[in-house]
Write a protein that binds this ligand. Structure first.
Ligand code: UT7
Length: 325
């Protein structure tokens, strides 16, 4: 039986030039390199210039992915940008990126699921491709979280960074089994009871301001290991794969201790987990495609590999995508 699957054709990424180390952070707030490394694993992050927008980073990542795939932008008929730091409240950053790429057909829109944004965007793109609504998509995670940080709050400002990553996802006929290339499982979840643990204290509809990120880190941490391993276990059960059959794990990069905790719970060997948070910090919706891009550039991804992406973020939202490269 022939089925349509959403196959990743390529990946691209973009980081702002400006890089801030933990020593740079210690010059701003009462913190130390030791504290940040020990509690999070983060050593540096990139911060966008004042005139560098989420759309600039997203478009740069998209262009690299298109070039690597050998796909003309005019053959793209769907652009989804996962972001919580759009250029403007509206129109969507994805539509601006569409224009920057010279595309004026198909559909472009943003989705907002904070750090789970890329997993949500992949899930939506996969549904639209498999249902025949589109044939070739750009799925982008792009953020300028530096704009919503309280730079006097040491408990949050040291954690986040800016950047973007993108994949070209294409509808391709496959055989209909688990040896197919493409997205094999996509699961997204949310639970609004936890809104007050991780949120931004402003917005156009409430305060008419942008607001700043607020987080109860310890509580978020407690939920993260449990929710992420839960949805990954569901994915493994649904597809029948064992955790050690997955070739590479591309997690959202929030905290090294969360990734270690999930790996221990599922019995995953640490060398299968791609970790980039030491150099990028937490870039929210951009962190998964940024990590995917690093793994690709390090030649750690080969055709036929099984790749699991997972994330949890504000909302709470969480989810996992399993695909074969
Ligand atoms: O991507 C979205 C999902 N987000 C996450 O997954 C984040 C999850 N949470 C975490 O990663 C961790 O909870 C943090 C890294 C945010 C914090 O680590 P923690 O071990 O939970 O520390 P804590 O918040 O319990 O704070 C411990 C101490 C406090 O001091 P006292 O009250 O014990 O005297 C904080 O004031 O560390 C202090 N502290 C700092 N010290 C130096 C907080 N931030 C800093 C800092 N430098 N930057």
């Amino acid at each position: 039986m022939t089925v349509i699957r959403s196959v990743v054709r390529s990946v691209g990424a973009a980081l702002p030039k400006r890089r801030m180390t933990n020593a740079d952070m210690a010059a701003l707030v009462d913190t130390t390199d030791d504290w940040i490394v020990e509690r999070t694993g983060i050593r540096a992050r990139h911060i966008a210039a004042d005139n560098e927008l989420t759309s600039d980073l997203g478009a740069a990542a998209a262009k690299q992915a298109l070039v690597r795939a050998g796909v003309d932008p005019l053959d793209i008929d769907l652009i989804i940008c996962a972001t919580s730091t759009p250029d403007r409240t509206f129109p969507a950053t994805a539509v601006r990126i569409q224009h920057m790429l010279g595309v004026s057909k198909g559909a472009a829109f943003d989705i907002q699921a904070v750090c789970s944004g890329f997993v949500y965007a992949m899930t939506i793109a996969d549904s639209l491709l498999r249902s025949g609504q589109a044939t070739r998509a750009l799925v982008i995670g792009a953020e300028t979280f530096s704009r919503i940080l309280d730079w006097t709050d040491r408990s949050t400002c040291v954690l986040f960074g800016d950047g973007a990553g993108a994949v070209v996802l294409e509808a391709m006929p496959q055989h209909g089994g688990l040896s197919d290339r493409g997205v094999l499982s996509a699961k997204i979840r949310s639970d609004g009871r936890y809104e007050d643990l991780l949120y931004v204290d402003g917005g156009p509809g409430s305060t008419k301001t942008v607001g700043h990120l607020r987080m109860n880190g310890r509580e978020v941490f407690r939920h993260a290991v449990q929710k992420i391993s839960g949805v990954m276990e569901e994915t493994l059960v649904a597809t029948g794969f064992a955790a050690d059959e997955i070739d590479l794990y591309i997690p959202h990069q929030a905290n090294r201790r969360i990734l270690d905790g999930v790996a221990r719970k599922l019995g995953v060997s640490p060398d299968k987990i791609v970790m980039t948070l030491d150099q990028h910090g937490n870039t929210s919706a951009a962190s998964i495609p940024l990590a995917l891009n690093v793994a690709f550039e390090q030649h750690r991804i080969h055709e036929g590999n099984l790749i699991m992406m997972e994330a949890m973020g504000g909302g709470f939202t969480w989810g996992a995508v399993l695909l074969r490269w």
